[in-house]
Design a protein around this ligand. Structure first.
Ligand code: AMP
Length: 129
């Protein structure tokens, strides 16, 4: 689900085989892996906005963004939040960390495969801007 109902799809992304995060999850495009669970893959953002900047994605393209999520994604989301907390512990982010998911162009979403940013290692301003 998700692909059909997503009016905010990036025009250059026309099929799942074009989806860069699908290809990272499948190992076809290299990424700096940080961890994984049955349904979730975590890797370092290649344009980091903080000392720790990790992306957590579902391995399967189950949603373009958080706008497409439903109860059927509960297990994947529980794994995703649990893996984020484990990575934050591993990276010693005791002073604080943040999870962000951008939805749509005004929020700055650039990849239309659900992903959550884990940011930490510096003071994070609020509101984020
Ligand atoms: P968003 O703008 O919220 O859609 O986030 C997409 C993120 O993916 C950005 O922070 C990019 O830097 C990151 N990104 C795009 N391509 C790659 C890649 N091949 N490896 C790692 N991070 C990537």
């Amino acid at each position: 689900m998700g692909r059909r109902n997503a009016p905010q799809r990036a025009p250059e992304e026309t099929s799942l085989s074009d989806c860069i995060f699908c290809q990272i999850a499948a190992g076809r495009i290299p990424a700096k892996k940080v961890g994984e669970t049955t349904h979730v893959y975590a890797f370092r953002d290649n344009n980091p906005q903080a000392p720790t900047h990790v992306l957590l994605i579902p391995k399967e393209h189950v949603a373009d963004s958080a706008a497409d999520l439903g109860p059927q994604h509960a297990i994947m989301l529980t794994e995703l939040f649990g893996l984020a907390a484990k990575i934050a512990r591993d990276e010693r982010l005791e002073l604080g960390w943040r999870l962000v998911t951008n939805v749509g162009p005004e929020a700055g979403q650039s990849v239309y495969h659900l992903h959550v940013h884990l940011l930490g290692g510096r003071s994070l301003r609020w509101p984020p801007g």
